[in-house]
Design a protein around this ligand. Sequence first.
Ligand SMILES: Nc1ncnc2c1ncn2[C@@H]1O[C@H](COP(=O)(O)OP(=O)(O)O)[C@@H](O)[C@H]1O
Ligand SMILES: [Mg+2]
Length: 304
Amino acid sequence: MKEFIIKTENLSFSYAKNRKDIKNLSLKVPKGSIYGFLGPNGSGKTTTIRLLLGLLKKNGGVIELFDKTIEKSRIENLGKIGALIENPSLYGNLNALENLKIAANYRGNISKERIEEVLEIVKLSYAKHKKVKAYSLGMKQRLGLAISLLSEPSLLILDEPTNGLDPKGIIEMRELIKELNQNHGTTIFISSHLLSEIEKTCTHVGIIREGEMLFQDTVNALQESQNDTLKIEIETNDVQKVKEVLSTQSLSFEEINDHTITTTVNHKKDITTVIDTIRNHQAEIYQIKIMNNLEELFLSLTEN
Ligand SMILES: Nc1ncnc2c1ncn2[C@@H]1O[C@H](COP(=O)(O)OP(=O)(O)O)[C@@H](O)[C@H]1O
Ligand SMILES: [Mg+2]
C-alpha cells in the first residue's frame, strides 16, 4: 500500500459565512515525493498550508499527517514538520548563527552541531557571522529554510519559496529542495503559481483553482495529459465551410450557432493544421478557444 505523509479528505474552509475558500480538497502526498501544489494567486494555497499546520481551523473534512488525524497528532507532529510560509521572520541586526541559536532555543533539544549542519545544507556557512540585514533575499530565504530544518523534519512545507528571488536565487532554492529530498529523504510539499517551476522540481502535482482540486497525479502524468484530445471552439464567418473542412479531416464537430462550431483534435499541434486548412479554404477565423479546463488554466499558470 502506498504511504501518504499528507492526506486530506473533503477538506473545507471559509473565511466568512457566505463564501467557501477551500472546497472538498482531497490531497494525497506520497512519502518521499516532492509534491507541487500549483494554483493561480488567490486560489487557496496558503490557506491550505495554514490548515495543514493547524494555524487555521477547518470547517469540515479530514486532515491526516503521518497517518494520524491532525487532532490526535498536533504536538508530536511539530518536530516532524518544517515549514516556511511567506517571508521568514528574522532578526536583521543579528547574524545567521545568532538567529539559528534563538530558533534552536525556542524549539529546544537542538545541538550546536545541528546548527552548523543546517548552515552547511543551505550553503550559508561562509556568511554565518554576517548580519542578516546585509543578506540578499535569496540568502534570507535559505536561512529561513535552515531554521525549519533544525529539528530534522521528515516533511517540509514550503509556501512559494522562490517568490521574489532573482534567477540565481531561484536555481539555488530549486537545487536545495532536490538535494534535501534525495540526500535526506525529506518529503517536500511546495506551493507555486508557476507551472514551469513545478515541472522543474517536483515528482507529483496537485492543481487547484478557487479552492478546488482540478488535477492530482505525477508530473509525468500531467505532461502526458497535455497530449490528450482537446476540445476547441472556432468562431468563423462561414460555419458551412468549416464543417466541410473538418469533415475532410475526419474530425467530428458540433454546430453551436451560425458562427460558432466546436471540434475535438488529438494533439495540440493539430490545432495549427486545422486553422491552416480552414484559412486555405477562404473561411475566416475570428477566434479559437480551448475548451479543456486544464489547458485554459495552464495559460494563467505560465504568466508571472
Ligand atoms: N485572512 C484572510 N481573510 C479573508 N480572506 C482571506 C484571508 N487570506 C486569504 N483570503 C482569501 O482566500 C482566498 C485564498 O487565498 P490564499 O490562500 O492566500 O491564496 P494563494 O496562497 O493561493 O494565493 C483568496 O480569495 C484570498 O483573498
Ligand atoms: Mg499564498
